[in-house]
Write a protein that binds this ligand. Structure first.
Ligand code: UDP
Length: 261
């Protein structure tokens, strides 16, 4: 009846090193999937996009109708797929497509049975924090404390994976109403700095994370957070879990699975 398409490569740095792999896998893979869906008359799709399609934000919070721009090959693949989906929806009214623009998904299922198990040293902040907490890594490098933000560290909109998952179910339900193409941010609408997340982790779990201030990471925007009003209005969805639950559940998963799966 429908496909939820999550598959994709997603490391920004890697995408600048091996862009063709990103185009082949993300864009080519999606084109193949859409062909197969067409052949089988399955025309309902939920697609995992990303807030990276907003590029370097000029104003905040980010709304779905803001200008789009790719600032690295990974972002370019997400943007290209969004355009492909718009063209497809315009070509055939039988298609119902939900594009979900994820902000920063973190956390794990509260059971501790399903979680994030990145290969090698994590790129992302939360899995890095949990690997420091479990003793696999020594200390966190905080990438820059001289941004124009209240504590000088970058601000992101972290969203609990369970809230994110619920958003997909709400989008799927909505597609039944013959929506055509729709686009929604999935974020909390709340900004949280790197140091706020590090301190929030200690408050939620009792685990203090040793860190040092390192240089800025190339390409990081100082602040990124969603306007989450459209998803509330059109899908009846909103994020219900805060930083404390995100940290608690991420730690619960890591502690139960110190070596990953
Ligand atoms: N970050 C950090 N140390 C790390 C990993 C990430 O200070 O080891 C910062 C990063 O600079 C950004 C924020 O944490 O400001 C979130 O980074 P992440 O890679 O998780 O998500 P992004 O928003 O970059 O997709």
């Amino acid at each position: 009846d429908a496909v939820i398409h999550f598959a994709g490569l997603k490391a920004v740095g890697e995408s600048t090193a091996i862009p063709l792999r990103y185009y082949q896998n993300n864009v080519g893979g999606t084109a193949n999937l859409l062909e197969a869906m067409n052949q089988h008359g399955v025309k309902n799709l939920v697609f995992s996009s990303s807030c990276t399609v907003y590029g370097a934000p000029e104003s905040l919070p980010l709304r779905e109708d803001f200008p789009l721009e790719a600032v690295n090959p990974y972002g370019q693949t997400k943007l290209t797929i969004e355009y492909m989906l718009k063209d497809l929806a315009a070509s055939d009214p039988a298609w119902n497509i939900s594009i979900l623009r994820y902000f920063n998904p973190v956390g794990a299922h509260p059971s501790g049975e399903i979680g994030e198990d990145p290969l090698g040293i994590p790129n992302n902040l939360m899995p890095y924090i949990t690997k420091v907490a479990v003793g696999e890594l020594q200390e966190l490098s905080v990438f820059g404390d001289d941004y124009d933000t209240p504590d000088g560290t970058c601000i992101r909109d972290y969203i609990h994976v369970v809230d994110l998952a619920r958003g997909h179910l709400d989008a799927l339900k909505k597609l039944d109403a013959d929506t055509g193409l729709m686009i929604h941010n999935l974020g909390t609408g709340q900004g949280c700095s790197v140091l706020e997340l590090v301190n929030g982790f200690a408050d939620a779990t009792g685990e203090r994370i040793p860190y040092r201030i390192a240089g800025r990471r190339a390409g990081d925007a100082p602040a990124v957070y969603a306007d989450a009003a459209l998803a509330k209005r059109e899908l009846g969805w909103r994020a219900e879990r805060g930083i404390e639950e995100m940290c608690r559940d991420a730690w619960n998963w890591q502690r139960k699975n110190p070596g990953g799966y």
